[in-house]
Design a protein around this ligand. Structure first.
Ligand SMILES: Cc1cc2nc3c(=O)[nH]c(=O)nc-3n(C[C@H](O)[C@H](O)[C@H](O)COP(=O)(O)OP(=O)(O)OC[C@H]3O[C@@H](n4cnc5c(N)ncnc54)[C@H](O)[C@@H]3O)c2cc1C
Length: 415
């Protein structure tokens, strides 16, 4: 079996290294940091079985206007952020047409449906059971209109994809969640999703498992990647590291590296922030405060609040305004308590305009493969697309492999 170099040790890269190792390959996993320190560290921690359809861009004029005028906190933007991503945003908008929803869902749901089953053996083998809750994810609404719309959506998801949920009115939800200060209009509880008390620790535990099983982890800069007559090479700490094949799993940084190899893949980079709070009473299970686009997840370090999206340039400094505003917005339903002191974390959801991760061979570059662009669901889908990539590298094909392949996506949606 051949030597393979996996670049990027977030949830996607670590899972990819494990899946290739399982197929018998000698795998080197590489990152400039320790595993699981970037986007896979700070997310909301939900393994989202309920996310049968990828996160589309709103298309209603009223909603777009609210974003444009800065009235909504679930999406904020800066002029330079939007200008830099304009071509990708335009393609994302086109791909978000309601007429495309069924086709996208048919692909996406095949992956989210098996996400917990794909995580399960890794959770067990890495000894991470203590990090996992199997209590679902709730969507909580203050207004009847939003609640009723989500209840109808839940019925549609059940019928189309078999997603299980419970619909509860505000009083019922308050009985289940005494941590809330008041009854909301209602809540939809997607019962089969899991949550992780420390997503960075889960990624690191999977990386430890990879090393225990004989894999090698090295700290390198992927920007040193170059083609050789027999494969690919990066500069390692003790000299060059070569492999017959390389896989790019650099999350939000993948597009920039691909450009060096002649491939333009426009990405929508949606920044998000988190903070932890020492809440006097924690909710029993994670919930999306749907009116404000904020997820609150009980975690090891406290109650983690993760914000919606900020469309800003990737190198822009941290701007705490979205988080502060979210703190004020959620306060009518929950007492957050004091913020746990820590440096301000932010990370970037690596979104592709076609809303599907890109998994497969890079056209025109022999031996170069990718697994990236998991957008809002990379924690969920890491092990699933890793398995698909390992199959693709072994020459397996299927309609799902084809839908995720770079060649298909570049032709159909991205260009
Ligand atoms: C606020 C927020 C909440 C979220 N909530 C959820 C959720 O609840 N559930 C869910 O499924 N998903 C969620 N997501 C999305 C999810 O976190 C991402 O899709 C996922 O972490 C992407 O994983 P990745 O491995 O592709 O990227 P990353 O975790 O970012 O890993 C990429 C790796 O590449 C490395 N790298 C980059 N450049 C180089 C280089 N030049 N040299 C060497 N190494 C390099 C980085 O150091 C990093 O380790 C959320 C995201 C955010 C921001």
């Amino acid at each position: 079996m051949s030597e393979i170099l996996v670049l990027g040790a977030g949830m996607v890269g670590v899972s990819t290294a494990l899946a290739l190792q399982e197929k018998g390959h000698a795998v080197t996993l590489a990152d400039r940091r320790e595993p699981g320190r970037e986007t896979s560290f700070g997310n909301a921690g939900i393994i989202q079985v309920e996310a049968a359809e990828p996160y589309a861009m709103p298309r209603a004029m009223g909603e777009l206007l609210r974003y444009a005028l800065g009235r909504s906190n679930d999406l904020v933007w800066s002029p330079s952020g939007v200008a830099g991503m304009a071509p990708a945003l335009w393609r994302y908008w086109l791909a978000s047409a309601p007429s495309r929803r069924a086709a996208l869902g048919a692909v996406y749901a095949q992956m989210t449906a098996r996400s917990t089953a794909d995580h399960a053996p890794l959770i067990a083998a890495s000894g991470s059971e203590n990090l996992i809750a199997r209590d679902g994810l709730a969507l909580v609404f203050r207004h009847a209109a939003g609640f009723e719309a989500e209840a109808a959506n839940a019925a549609r998801l059940a019928e189309t994809y078999g997603i299980e949920s419970r619909v509860l009115d505000g009083a019922e939800w308050l009985r289940e969640e005494p941590a809330l200060k008041a009854a909301p209009a209602g809540a939809v509880h997607y019962t089969k999703s899991w949550s992780v008390a420390d997503p960075g620790a889960l990624t690191a535990a999977y990386a430890d498992l990879f090393v225990r099983r004989g894999g090698r982890f090295v700290q390198v800069d992927a920007d040193s990647l170059s083609a050789t007559p027999s494969g690919w090479r990066v500069r390692g700490p003790e000299g060059p590291i070569s492999a017959a094949r390389a896989v790019l799993c650099l999350g939000p940084w993948t597009g920039a590296l691909l450009r060096r190899f002649g491939l333009r893949v426009p990405m929508v980079l949606k920044r998000g922030y988190h903070a932890h709070y020492d809440a006097p009473q924690r909710p029993r299970r994670p919930y999306l405060d749907a009116d404000n686009g904020v997820v609150l997840t009980p975690m090891r370090d406290g109650l983690r609040m993760a914000t919606g999206a900020a469309l800003v340039p990737q190198g822009a400094p941290a701007d705490p305004r979205q988080l502060r505003r979210a703190e004020r917005q959620v306060a009518d339903l929950i007492e957050l308590g004091p913020r746990v002191e820590a440096p301000q974390w932010f990370g970037t959801r690596p979104c592709l305009p076609g809303m599907l991760p890109m998994v497969g061979a890079v056209p025109g570059q022999t031996g170069l493969w990718v697994n990236f662009g998991h957008g809002h669901q990379g924690l969920t889908l890491g092990p699933t697309t890793a398995g698909l990539l390992a199959q693709a590298m072994a020459g397996e094909t299927s309609p799902l492999h084809d839908a995720l392949a770079p060649a298909t996506q570049l032709k159909r949606t991205i260009r």
